[in-house]
Design a protein around this ligand. Structure first.
Ligand SMILES: O=C(O)C1=C[C@@H](OP(=O)(O)O)[C@@H](O)[C@H](O)C1
Ligand SMILES: C=C(OP(=O)(O)O)C(=O)O
Length: 418
């Protein structure tokens, strides 16, 4: 059921203040899984509490891991060091990280594991990951090429060489790498097909694995060698979420404000932190932005581009079509709802016809959010400068940033639930 629409009133002042961004979704869900694979107790602090991490934690509990939540930003994970076969299917909503990472990890259980998600997740491809697992001798099936998935766990990940086509999602590579430390012997994960978009997410994976005691060697740009070390319980600090921070950086740029996130941009290791340099260039964003290495920041940059001095073409974003929704289509459609022709698809590129004159106008538009947190959060930025914007189903931000609307309110943005 969708939540009541939210009308946002453009603030008459620059947004100035302090906001603490939530913990990184990507890092929290990696750390939760790795802690679950390590015998003993691991404390995760600075973690994200949101729909995606709640789903990951619940799935791990179904597999016999104790996940305590002593406060709003910590998880304490106590594990026997292996995952038990769950009695019921793992229901993972539309959490891509949980679905992909747990599909590989399910091979470490003894017995059958079914992983399923919501309607949107049932359209997100997982075939390449299953093909890779099958090549290691693991029985894994998804008749439609998308969840639900059935994995016959056999208690280990095998050994040898596994090829993976990561062109649709880097999460397949991350999933294999994390499970590979529980191999019977060393496992080489080799990229097949074109180079990865979002390579930075695989670097995050290797960093998290290393923190939990794994040994991963980058043999060359396409090959990682993972030793069969298993994982060691540890205390782990999750950095703030860079993708969530992009909305605040953009809000600052759009209103010529000053928002202190309490963390310098250089401290982020996540790929989307690269967007900060572009946002700083506003209103003179480049005419072409390659979004491949900062994919989750593209909705933020696209809405910002609507107010830029010159049009912007976004390239390298084909796999935005298989995220929470088809984000290329959603961005083009919703930008054009504000002003016809403001956003347009060109093959798999998105072209935003910039119009600095939009700022200060009233252009009533009810923004469809397609149950996609990033569509809701990015179009709220348009509402900081344009009157009459209503965000439909605003609660969808709970996937990764449940405190988003409160953060904007704390900066003095007025909103009305309709
Ligand atoms: O590994 C991760 O944590 C993520 C990888 C990216 O997805 P893809 O690898 O599917 O592009 C990104 O869009 C997603 O939000 C998080
Ligand atoms: C694509 C995203 O999420 P996921 O793939 O983890 O569902 C996202 O958070 O923008």
């Amino acid at each position: 059921m969708s939540s009541p629409p939210l009308a946002i009133i453009p603030p008459a002042h620059p947004l100035v203040g302090r906001v603490t961004p939530p913990g990184s979704k990507s890092i929290t869900n990696r750390a939760l899984l790795l802690a679950a694979l390590a015998r003993g107790t691991s404390r995760l602090t600075g973690a994200l509490k949101s729909r995606d991490t709640t789903l990951m934690a619940a799935a791990l509990r179904q597999m016999g891991v104790v996940v305590d939540e002593p406060d709003d930003t910590s998880f304490v994970v106590t594990s026997p060091g292996r995952l038990s076969r769950p009695d019921q299917p793992l229901m993972l909503g539309n959490a891509g990280t949980a679905m992909r990472f747990l599909t590989a990890a399910a091979a470490l259980c003894d017995g059958t594991v079914i992983l399923d998600g919501d309607d949107a997740m049932r359209k997100r491809p997982i075939g390449p990951l299953l093909t890779a697992m099958q090549s290691l001798g693991i029985a894994a099936a998804a008749p439609t090429g998308c969840p639900p998935v059935t994995v016959q766990g056999r208690g280990h990940f095998g050994s040898g060489r596994v090829e993976i086509d990561g062109s649709l999602s880097s999460q397949y590579v991350s999933a294999l790498l994390m499970a590979a430390a529980d191999g019977q012997g060393p496992i080489e994960v080799v990229l097949a097909g074109k180079d990865l978009d979002a390579r930075g997410y695989v670097d995050l994976t290797v960093a998290a694995m290393t923190a939990f005691g794994a040994k991963v060697e980058l043999v060359d740009r396409t090959t990682w060698r993972v030793a069969p070390t298993g994982y060691t319980a540890t205390d782990f600090v999750v950095e703030p979420d860079a993708s969530a921070s992009t909305y605040l950086w953009a809000a600052e740029a759009l209103t010529q404000g000053r928002i202190d996130l309490g963390v310098p941009i250089e401290a982020f290791t996540q790929p989307d932190a690269k967007a900060a340099q572009l946002i700083r260039m506003f209103p003179h964003l480049p005419t072409v932005i390659d979004g491949s290495q900062m994919q989750d920041a593209v909705p933020t940059l696209a809405v910002l581009a609507a107010f830029n001095a010159t049009p912007v073409r976004f390239t390298g974003i084909a796999n935005l079509r298989v995220k929470e929704c088809d984000r290329i289509r959603a961005l083009a459609t919703e930008l054009s709802r504000i002003r016809p022709g403001l956003g347009r698809e060109d093959g798999d590129d998105l072209i935003v016809a910039a119009d600095p004159g939009l700022a200060g106008q009233t252009l009533p538009a009810r923004i469809e959010t397609y149950e996609d947190h990033r569509i809701a959060m990015s179009f709220a930025l348009a509402a900081l400068r344009i009157g009459g914007i209503v965000i439909l189903d605003p609660a969808c931000v709970g996937k990764t940033y449940p405190g988003y609307w409160d953060a904007l309110r704390a900066l003095g943005v007025e909103m009305r639930q309709l």
